[in-house]
Design a protein around this ligand. Structure first.
Ligand SMILES: Nc1ncnc2c1ncn2[C@@H]1O[C@H](COP(=O)(O)OP(=O)(O)O)[C@@H](O)[C@H]1O
Ligand SMILES: [Mg+2]
Length: 327
């Protein structure tokens, strides 16, 4: 089934490629108009800093290597630059962890909180602009099998983050396993990251499909990373949108948040020993502007999400994470 859909997805991509040349100039013009309208809209919305409780953003994407961790770090910085208190929960256990991008060395992680050795405040690493970095590591991996007592400790401790943070960015692991879905399904906003590689957006589609089966009427916010042109991002979005409609996924829709260009300076950041996340190190690049615009758009949507729902507290969020995990 998955292969069938993947094949059809690729066929659709091939067909789209043929019409892409003719379309590209036209779509570039229309994107820039609609982007401008969106940005103008964002500008007219004052960004207040306290939003009655912590809001969560799950950064996900299905495939490893698409740029989730890099996205988490640079979004966190961009939101902090707008005056918000931001935290990152590092639930992605890949090689380039959040703490590596921030050049921090965690001594403790969530596991120490679970065992009662440390309080949540003791494990938080201070990043730039007051960003709180919470090293998840092995604590997160074990979430599915936690005994009831430990769950309670975790929920209580993470609940205390509300006093410290307005927005918690969760860097989720690759894949579509339960440990990913538990975070994704509980978050206030799901940001799916993909790139213009068929393997990557086929995996993003599989993730969206899985989400749609587990929770009805979910909006998926999409960002296309590592694009070589603006039109390339739009194309990936249109493909995912078309296929989701064709297979009648029970999502509310895919909301395209734009693209981040492929930047050699991002690619080489670790290799060149950069001391800071990309947007701080290279604030005047097109890539940095894209991260900043993305942060504003997400904040705009998060405010709408929070207005439309009954406020729930942070302990409630983490209870949901654990419940979703043990489904
Ligand atoms: N916009 C970009 N341009 C160039 N390289 C990028 C970009 N975004 C991410 N990368 C690079 O891609 C690789 C994977 O990124 P990472 O954030 O670790 O992905 P993930 O967390 O999804 O596994 C890293 O080497 C990173 O520097
Ligand atoms: Mg990662």
């Amino acid at each position: 089934m998955k292969n069938d859909q993947a094949t059809q997805l690729r066929q659709l991509i091939e067909a789209k490629k043929k019409s892409a040349v003719a379309q590209s100039q036209k779509s570039a013009r229309s994107i820039s108009t609609s982007r401008k309208a969106q940005l103008d809209k964002n500008k007219s919305q004052p960004l207040e800093s306290s939003l009655n409780g912590l809001k969560t953003i799950a950064i996900t994407g299905g495939k490893g290597g698409v740029g989730k961790t890099n996205m988490s770090a640079n979004l966190a910085v961009s939101m902090a630059q707008l005056g918000f208190r931001v935290g990152i929960l590092d639930a992605d256990l890949g090689l380039a962890n959040i703490d590596v991008l921030f050049r921090l060395t965690p001594k403790y992680n969530l596991r120490h909180v679970l065992t009662g050795e440390k309080r949540i405040d003791d494990i938080i690493l201070p990043g730039p602009l007051g960003i709180s970095i919470i090293p998840g590591s092995s604590g997160i991996q074990a979430l599915a099998d936690l005994p009831a007592g430990m769950r309670q400790i975790l929920i209580q401790e993470l609940g205390r983050l509300e006093e410290l943070i307005d927005y918690l960015i969760i860097d989720t692991p690759a894949g579509i396993g339960d440990n990913v879905l538990s975070f994704v399904l509980s978050a206030d906003l799901i940001l799916a990251v993909t790139e213009p590689d068929p393997m990557a957006y086929t995996d993003a589609y599989a993730l969206i499909k899985t989400i749609s089966r587990r929770k009805l009427n979910q909006t998926i916010y999409l960002v296309v990373n590592k694009v070589r042109s603006m039109a390339q991002g739009q194309e990936v979005y249109e493909t995912l949108q078309t296929v989701s409609q064709r297979y009648q996924l029970s999502i509310r829709g895919i909301n395209y948040m734009g693209y981040i260009p492929y930047e050699a300076k991002i690619r080489n950041a670790l290799f060149l020993g950069s001391q800071k996340p990309f947007v701080l190190e290279h604030p005047n690049t097109r890539g940095a502007k894209c991260f900043q615009n993305l942060a504003k758009k997400l904040l705009y949507h998060l405010r709408r999400v929070s207005r439309g729902k009954i406020e729930r507290d942070t302990q409630d969020f983490f209870s949901q994470v654990l419940t979703n995990n043990s489904d």
